[in-house]
Structure formats: structure tokens, C-alpha cells
Design a binder for this molecule. Structure first.
Ligand code: SF4
Length: 429
């Protein structure tokens, strides 16, 4: 009885899934469900899965099996599976894991609420139960993607590109600001496409400006920008608006023209370099994050060397490296998977080592400087925070000496006194 209506929601994968999960939590909360953060205290477990690449799929399946094991032991009553893996492989999953009570697709939150005996509060769709520290929040501005990247299954799972209603997003952002959110992190599969379906043109720059006019919002941060149609006015907006972080996450995936062509990225090496030059010259103190894929089918040693030299010359601030994951039904699938797994690992390790050196060299330049830092949490002897250069969960952090003047969720000017490869160390002056 004491577990009645208690739910644990496990959100896997990317920040877009996090936001979907937060919206679902709000709807269920409004239907008198209560959230617990441990399966053992729950009557039902909902797993919001990720189905993007192999490692993510494995993690989702293992999490489902763990919940099913608890159900078999009678510790929980219901296992509910939703999200991208379920959207992509529902019929297989139903056959392979029949113990699951219900499978839902990627955007079936109304069905989940009704399946649990509730009803959807349509007028509160933007409302969320924040699962991030309440001074920052992800703002998901669109769904789906129109880009034809050969390796990517997301358009198969999430469909064609759709901007969310701008007025509703402004309302959502204002509600978040009222709850204490100071930093909004813009996410979508391709944030640079924002507005094209509503206004016939990309309006992200103006939208970001509107967000900075909301009381309480101090930082607006841009993730998931797409290189081949990067609007110039975003550069001007970021450069001129102090509330927009001089930070851009711009996944590039590769630089060799042969590989970019095969990946259907819609941009060449020359155009990529031109864009980066424009970004760096147009935005003072820009922090540029990107991601690359190694081991794409037929990636030659020459292609890899080209990528190595490009990273070395460009000196990105933040770099993520992924092994190519061959995904069914993508246009790249018929190309096979020619680069052996060990060679993918070797190439990834070589690039990570290169980036570690670049990151350390850049971090050293901040010693002695004062940096505006938001404090996320207390951990051991340090308050842990982030500067404009750091997106949560993926970038470096600032470890700030304990000080009675500090409290979580606030901004401080922190004097940087030391560094390591990825993080900075500082204290209040
Ligand atoms: S931009 Fe490319 S990689 Fe990103 S979600 Fe769209 S298709 Fe996938």
C-alpha cells in the first residue's frame, strides 16, 4: 500500500529525453502520482530509453532487464518502457521482454498518463518537474530533424523537423525563471533550424534575444547547432548580447571531404573552416565545442590524419569523440563497417590525447584571471561550478575553495589559481 502511486522515472540518453521526462513527471504529479528516486520504493518504474547508437541501446536494454528482475521478485508492480529505443524496436522488444507491462513510443506521453489511469492536463504542457539543479534548465525548442546524415537514426525515431511554438517556449522559460532558473540551455536535434517552419526563415537569433529579456535569466547557452546552415545573425547576437554565453556547440563529425560527402553533412572542409574563422573572429572569447566520429566506413589513414591535423590546428575548447556505430535503416548502413573495433578505439584514443593537451594548454591561460562562475553543487572540500565556457555534464568545471559566502545556484567572480587537463581551481577574492 505504501508504494501506491509511487513512480521512479529513469531517463536515459540525451538532454532532450531529460526534458521529455520532466514534462511527463509534471503530468503524472498533477494526477497524484509521486516520484521516488529508487526502484525499491516504487510501485511502477518508467524507463525513458535511448536508441541512438549501440552503447546507448545496450544501456537501455540492461536498465529494462533490471526493472523486470525487480518485478519478478515482487518488489515492483509495473514496468513501463518509452522513448527512442521503444519507438525504434517496439515489436522486437515486445517479443523479447514480454514481462514489460507497456511499451510506448518517443512522444506518447498522453498515452502513458492515460495508461496509468490519469488524464493529460493539456493546458500545462510546458510545465516540468526539473531534474537538473533548479538554477539551470534545458529548453527543448524543437523536435525531429530534416538533415540527411548517413549515420544517424534520429530522423527515423523522432521524424521531420518541427519548431515548438515560440510563445509557448517564452511562457515555459518565464515559468522556469520564476522557479529560480538563471541559465537556459537551448537544445533540439538541430537548433539552428528554429523558426524555419513557422516563419519561413531561421529566427533563432531573435528568439535567443527574447529569452534574455526574461527577468532572472542571466545566461542563454546554445547547443546542437548545425554547420551547413549557420545563420550569420546568430554570431552578431552572441557577440552583442552579454546574456548569451560566448559558447557554441557545433557537432562537425569529420573534416575530410570524402568522409563529409559520404556522411551527407552538406558541407565541405573549406566551408567548415570558413565558418569556424567567422565564428572565432565574430565572437570575442568564443568557446567552441564539437564532436567527431572515428571509424566511419572506409575512413582511411589519410582521412584520419586530416582530422588529426584539423583538430590540432583549430584548437577547439571542447571535443567529444564517438566510435562509428552502424545503425539499421540509415543511409550509411549499406556501407558496412570496415574499420575494426580496435582501430576505432586506437583512433579515438589518439584524438582524445591530442585534445587533452590542447585543453590543458588553454586552461593554463586562465590562471590569475577572474571568471564569472555559477555554483552547481558542494562536493567534498569544494564548491563545483561552471563558467560561460562550460555546459553542464559534458564540459570542464571550476572547483572553488569552500567559503561561507558561497551558496549553490548563485554567480560569483572566482579568481582562478590552478588548473588540470579539463578543470580549473579557484577561490573567491
Ligand atoms: S543533424 Fe544529423 S546527426 Fe544530428 S540529429 Fe539530425 S540527422 Fe542526426
Amino acid at each position: 500500500m505504501k508504494k501506491k502511486n509511487k513512480i521512479e522515472l529513469i531517463s536515459l540518453g540525451c538532454s532532450k529525453n531529460t526534458v521529455d521526462g520532466e514534462r511527463l513527471m509534471k503530468q503524472l504529479e498533477l494526477n497524484d502520482f509521486e516520484f521516488v528516486d529508487n526502484s525499491k520504493d516504487a510501485e511502477s518504474v518508467i524507463i525513458n530509453t535511448c536508441g541512438f547508437i549501440e552503447p546507448a541501446k545496450e544501456e537501455s536494454v540492461n536498465t529494462i532487464l533490471e526493472a523486470v528482475a525487480l518485478k519478478k521478485k515482487g518488489e515492483i508492480k509495473k514496468v513501463i518502457v518509452a522513448g527512442c529505443l521503444s519507438e525504434r524496436y517496439m515489436e522486437d522488444l515486445k517479443k523479447e521482454i514480454p514481462e514489460v507491462d507497456a511499451f510506448y513510443g518517443a512522444e506518447q506521453y498522453e498515452e502513458i498518463v492515460r495508461g496509468l489511469g490519469g488524464n493529460l492536463k493539456k493546458n500545462l504542457l510546458g510545465e516540468r518537474v526539473l531534474t537538473t539543479p533548479n538554477h539551470y534548465a534545458y529548453l527543448k525548442i524543437s523536435e525531429g530533424c530534416d538533415n540527411p546524415c548517413s549515420f544517424c537514426a534520429i530522423p527515423l525515431i523522432r521524424g521531420k523537423y518541427r519548431s515548438f511554438n515560440e510563445e509557448r517556449l517564452i511562457g515555459e522559460a518565464a515559468a522556469l525563471a520564476k522557479e529560480g532558473v538563471k541559465e537556459l540551455i537551448l537544445i533540439g536535434q538541430d537548433t539552428t533550424d528554429f523558426g524555419k517552419d513557422f516563419y519561413g526563415k531561421r529566427t533563432l537569433a531573435a528568439f535567443m534575444n527574447r529569452l534574455t529579456e526574461i527577468d532572472g535569466i542571466e545566461w542563454v547557452r546554445l547547443l546542437y547547432a548545425y554547420p551547413s546552415h549557420f545563420p550569420q545573425n546568430i554570431i552578431d547576437q552572441i557577440a552583442s548580447n552579454p546574456k548569451i554565453c560566448s559558447y557554441i556547440d557545433l557537432p562537425l563529425q569529420h573534416i575530410s571531404d570524402d568522409v563529409l560527402k559520404s556522411m551527407r553533412r552538406g558541407i565541405s572542409k573549406r566551408k567548415t573552416i570558413e565558418l569556424i574563422d567567422k565564428l572565432k573572429s565574430g565572437i570575442p572569447n568564443l568557446t567552441l565545442r564539437t564532436t567527431f566520429i572515428v571509424g566511419y566506413p572506409n575512413e582511411t589513414e589519410k582521412d584520419f590524419d586530416e582530422l588529426y591535423n584539423f583538430i590540432k590546428e583549430t584548437e577547439f575548447d571542447r571535443v567529444g569523440i564517438f566510435d562509428y556505430s552502424r545503425e539499421e535503416d540509415t543511409t550509411g548502413y549499406p556501407l558496412g563497417d570496415s574499420v575494426p573495433a580496435e582501430e576505432k578505439e586506437r583512433r579515438k584514443a589518439v584524438l582524445m590525447e591530442l585534445q587533452r593537451e590542447i585543453s590543458a594548454k588553454k586552461n593554463e591561460t586562465f590562471v590569475g584571471k577572474k571568471m564569472k562562475t555559477i555554483i552547481d553543487r558542494l562536493e567534498g572540500d569544494y564548491f563545483v561550478g561552471r563558467t560561460e565556457r562550460d555546459a553542464p555534464e559534458v564540459d570542464g568545471e571550476v572547483l572553488v575553495e569552500k567559503d561561507v559566502r558561497i551558496s549553490k545556484g548563485n554567480f560569483y567572480d572566482v579568481e582562478i589559481v590552478d588548473f588540470n587537463d579539463y578543470d580549473l581551481f579557484g577561490r573567491l577574492s
